[in-house]
Design a protein around this ligand. Structure first.
Ligand SMILES: Nc1ncnc2c1ncn2[C@@H]1O[C@H](COP(=O)(O)OP(=O)(O)OP(=O)(O)O)[C@@H](O)[C@H]1O
Length: 404
């Protein structure tokens, strides 16, 4: 740019030198244009990155807000009077008179199930109970997971089979021998190691209906429903026996008692008591097996581990190198993988991956091939996929720390 300033001060001597100047200005312009282009690309990248973080921030803020929201209680409308609406809270059965807006008055009628907040104002009208059941309980008559789909946890698989399959397949043997079959199995270990798969595979093998319910859904959705839902769960299983009840995140309803006396804790206690009562009433239970899972074994209330309850504890750890290799083989069964891909080497590379991580690596490797317009997946695709997954995990750790 200084050249042009000089030009103003010093007029050109002749045409030739003017021609040179013009040429050099043009070159400079080209360079500046190229630089400009480069900067624009960088700006676009930065905007995209910014966008990504904004989205993450929004998601985390939303989650944070949801966590902070105080829980709602469930109640049934008893009577609608001129002085207000009489409601009866579930759980403690206490009646209360509450004011409602004219719009809400239109929506409710005696026997409506409603959600109320801490000051017992009606916040919303709830769906029928059957809808609640459907939302928290997942029923699969024939889960499509088999033992061949699970890798690296053979010992655990054997133990689950022995404990759950035999009583479901030959309950009469236990009668004849005169002993109670094992009651519940508790699977514990890090996330994504195959606990749900194990439960599904047993249900599949025994032709049992698989009924899954998440502990957190039981107690965090609507206070006052937990114990009833547990009763409904066992009732549903009795209707579909043989059945495998799978309670995921059992720690949400069976953690060590805390000293606080909040209604949330009381609700958790009631839900757990109902679960224990159902498990203790074994005679009427029929051909039902109970499998529970947790990532937080240390949090569990020891009461649920007493004999006759969850008395088979099975640790499901992250797979070792051999296990990881097997899981790679399982998840690439239907994939078009190049002949020279060495799963043993990949298993060494992905040294702290869980089964779920390996599944994600395989899918992502396929995506890398597709992006390059290839149909065959190469070693580099798996390596890049592992890099990407680790990077994403690190990033989400970072973001959670930043916005915690
Ligand atoms: N041992 C394994 N063998 C094959 N695939 C696995 C294994 N473990 C996990 N996976 C893959 O990861 C997915 C998630 O596993 P699963 O839901 O069984 O884990 P989990 O232990 O129940 O996890 P969480 O504690 O988070 O509920 C499975 O659908 C499967 O694709």
């Amino acid at each position: 740019m200084t050249d042009t300033v000089d030009d103003v001060d010093m007029p050109y001597d002749d045409d030739a030198s003017q021609q040179d100047k013009l040429e050099s200005l043009r070159e400079r312009l080209d360079i500046l244009e190229a630089q400009n282009e480069e900067m624009r690309d960088k700006l676009l990248d930065a905007n995209a990155e910014n966008n990504k973080y904004q989205q993450k921030l929004e998601r985390l803020t939303h989650e944070n807000k949801k966590l902070k929201q105080s829980p709602l209680f469930v109640a049934t409308v008893q009577e609608i009077t001129d002085n207000g609406v009489v409601i009866k809270q579930h759980g403690n059965n206490q009646e209360a008179l509450t004011e409602v807006t004219a719009e809400m008055r239109e929506e409710i009628e005696p026997d409506s199930r409603v959600a109320v907040n801490n000051s017992l104002s009606i916040v919303k009208v709830l769906d029928d109970e059957t809808d609640v059941r459907a939302r928290v309980m997942q029923v699969e008559t024939k889960p499509d997971v088999s033992y061949e789909d699970i890798g690296g946890i053979d010992e655990q698989m054997e133990e689950v089979r022995e404990t759950v399959e035999l009583p479901l397949k030959s309950p009469e043997m236990f009668d004849e021998v005169g002993i109670d079959p094992p009651s519940g199995v508790l699977l514990y270990g890090p996330p994504g190691t195959g606990k749900t798969m194990l439960a599904k595979a047993v249900a599949n093998q025994t032709d049992a209906t698989f009924i899954k319910m998440a502990g957190s859904e039981l107690v965090h959705k609507f206070i006052g429903e937990g114990a009833k839902l547990v009763r409904d769960l066992f009732e549903l299983a009795r209707q579909h026996q043989p059945a495998v009840i799978f309670i995921d995140e059992i720690d949400a309803i069976a953690s060590k008692r805390t000293d606080s006396k909040t209604s949330g804790d009381a609700e958790v206690q009631r839900t757990m008591m109902q679960l224990l009562a159902e498990m203790d009433g074994f005679e009427e239970r029929g051909d039902i097996s109970i499998i529970a899972a947790t990532n937080r074994f240390d949090m569990l209330d020891r009461a649920i581990l007493r004999p006759g309850r969850f008395d088979r504890l099975i640790e499901v750890p992250k797979p070792d190198a051999e296990g990881r290799e097997l899981i790679f083989e399982i998840h690439t069964r239907g994939m078009n993988v190049a002949d020279d891909v060495d799963f043993a080497a990949l298993a060494e590379l992905a040294d702290n991956a869980s089964g779920a991580d390996i599944k994600a690596i395989c899918t992502e490797a396929g995506m890398f091939a597709i992006r390059e317009d290839r149909t065959e997946i190469r070693t580099a695709d798996f390596e890049n996929a592992w890099e990407k997954i680790q990077h994403e995990e690190d990033e989400s750790d970072e973001v959670s720390k930043t916005f915690a």
